[in-house]
Design a protein around this ligand. Structure first.
Ligand SMILES: Nc1ncnc2c1ncn2[C@@H]1O[C@H](COP(=O)(O)OP(=O)(O)OP(=O)(O)O)[C@@H](O)[C@H]1O
Ligand SMILES: [Mg+2]
Length: 535
């Protein structure tokens, strides 16, 4: 089989497959998500499933785990074709999954979510005490330090992700699908997870691992399957035999044309545009001093729970400033909400939480992106303005390689990474003077990530002021002129970015570890947990 000139299959003698999806197709309202896609798993391997945003990875997982029925093709366990009536029938057969989007019942406790559907019972009633004590070892296993009786809605995004991982592990499965399991957890938690996965693999579990971080893929996985536009371009090849460049080429179907970004460029810093002096907030920030000049990208780095997102939220009125001064272009800024920030100060905020506050999922792409442009072109929220903004929206969609059926497609119908691209496009199209970017490339594929970096650098070169929050150290070193390190809701230091990853990351880590060591979960104040929870 060699469908579009790219497919290669390992020629080695194959061990029997424990699980297989064979020639699976799926169409959503005219959009082909999968076109005779294949995935073949052997016992005791970690298999990377990768591809650009919208390539069909999550759809394949949803079919393999009984969430959707396929339009064609077969799901095969132990060489026997399966009729999966739903997620439950997959679970009963030892097929477990951590989906890309969180799947917790907010009002239920951590322990109830962990054992959802099979809580320990005594005499027909749920035995809470038994359940809580059974939950503890699983939570410990993934490093989730919360009480089992905590309501799931109180968890931070990273904690929620760990809980779902614990749930999948507790299922004692034979086949385990993990769809971008590391998107919201820290590097330390990821390393911990990988250690557990290697152990499971060595005991014979077949694991499918989806990630846009190729370092993780190479560090963890044995073989790789690559999808492009719903088809296989690489099927089950050993990672040891394939280079990173070949994988990227297979994913994007061309040589990577992403603009090379000059790392750590020393910009001609212009006038101070955004300035914080002795800032304090209701979240617990104290004495935060920080300036972003015209024409520069300032990186804000810290561990999960350091207070970076909460700082950005406070600046756009989503949290209360309780002391110090916040000025824009030398004048005190008074901002009640993100809309106010945009209108009064041309300040844009790309939220980390695309579903909660970034996007209106039921609306079209053009409406979501256009919403920040309408004001600028002077229209009301009607048809005329939609026509005026369309070309601007289209430009952004093209530059980010948004995979869509058209601009009128509802955002809810896009793949996870493409939704993230829409929330970015919305603010890039707004052409604001000051931009706060919170984890702008989480879940975004390798090619688009480079595009985003080029666009952000380009904005700085035009004289815009950019504050970049990112947990991706490479991204920070690539984009920022200076790096501010935050920990425990305070500024721990500032580092000039020379562009040399090794020395800059070392300097950053020294600032972080030199700080009083505190348990990161205790740094997440209750108020933040409530603000970010939504089911
Ligand atoms: N429920 C749905 N309704 C309509 N279209 C859908 C639906 N789910 C997925 N699609 C479409 O199917 C295609 C594949 O999406 P999928 O979510 O499988 O991609 P993915 O590879 O997981 O991408 P990402 O890396 O962004 O998560 C996309 O074009 C997407 O828009
Ligand atoms: Mg996906």
């Amino acid at each position: 089989m060699n469908r579009d000139g790219g497919e290669t299959v390992d020629s080695e003698a194959e061990a029997p497959a424990i699980f297989e999806v064979r020639a699976i197709s799926k169409v959503f309202g005219g959009i082909v998500a999968l076109d005779e896609a294949n995935l073949r798993l052997e016992a005791g391997e970690v298999h990377a499933l990768i591809g650009e945003n919208g390539a069909g990875k999550s759809t394949l997982i949803n079919i393999a785990t009984g969430v959707y029925p396929p339009d064609g093709g077969q799901v095969i366990l132990d060489e026997v074709p399966l009729e999966l009536g739903g997620p439950r029938s997959a679970a009963e057969r030892g097929i477990a999954v951590v989906h890309q989007e969180r799947n917790l019942v907010g009002a239920f406790s951590v322990a109830e979510n962990l054992f959802l559907g099979n809580q320990p019972r005594s005499g027909g009633l749920v035995n809470y005490r038994g359940m809580f004590s059974e939950a503890r070892p699983w939570l410990q296993e993934v490093g989730l330090n919360v009480d089992p009786s905590t309501e799931a809605r109180q968890l931070s995004p990273g904690q929620a992700q760990l809980l779902e991982i614990a749930r999948a592990l507790s299922a004692r499965c034979r086949v385990l699908f993990l769809d971008e399991p590391t998107s919201s957890i820290s590097e330390t938690d990821s390393e911990h997870l990988f250690a557990i996965l290697r152990e499971l693999r060595d005991r014979g579990t077949a694991i499918v691992f989806v990630s846009h971080k190729l370092e993780e893929v190479y560090g963890l996985c044995d073989r790789v399957t690559v999808l492009r536009d719903g088809r296989n371009v690489i099927t089950g090849r050993r990672l040891a035999d394939i280079s990173r460049a070949d994988i990227v080429r297979a994913m994007v179907g061309r040589e990577s044309q992403a603009p090379a970004v000059a790392a750590g460029r020393q910009s001609e810093a212009g006038a101070a545009r955004l300035k914080l002096e002795g800032l304090a907030t209701e979240y617990g920030h104290a004495d935060v001093n920080l300036t972003v000049h015209a024409g520069e990208v300032v990186g804000l780095y810290g561990l999960v729970g350091a207070g970076r997102t909460e700082l950005a939220r406070s600046l756009v009125g989503l949290g209360r400033i309780t002391g110090g001064t916040f000025s824009i272009d030398g004048k005190p800024a008074r901002i009640r909400n993100p809309y106010d920030a945009l209108r009064k100060y041309s300040l844009g905020y790309v939220s980390e939480d695309r579903k909660g506050e970034g996007l209106i999922l039921s609306h079209s792409i053009s409406r979501n992106v256009g919403i920040t442009i309408w004001d600028r072109v002077g229209g009301s929220l009607g048809r005329v303005s939609e026509r005026v903004v369309r070309p601007a929206v289209m430009r952004q969609a093209e530059s980010l390689r948004l995979k869509m059926s058209g601009l009128s497609q509802a955002v809810s119908r896009l793949s996870g990474g493409n939704q993230q691209k829409v929330s970015l496009a919305k603010w890039l199209a707004a052409e604001t003077e000051i931009l706060l970017l919170d984890e702008p490339t989480v879940g975004v594929d390798v090619g688009a990530k480079a595009e985003v970096h080029g666009l952000v650098r380009g904005l700085a070169d035009q004289g815009k002021a950019i504050l970049l929050i990112s947990s991706d150290l490479r991204e920070i070193v690539q984009l920022a002129d200076r790096v501010i390190v935050m920990g425990n809701f305070r500024i721990l230091g500032e580092i000039q970015n020379t562009g040399d990853y090794t020395s800059v990351s070392k300097a950053i880590m020294e600032r972080i570890t030199g700080a009083p060591s505190v348990n990161p979960t205790s740094l997440y104040p209750a108020i933040v947990r409530t603000a970010i929870s939504h089911g």
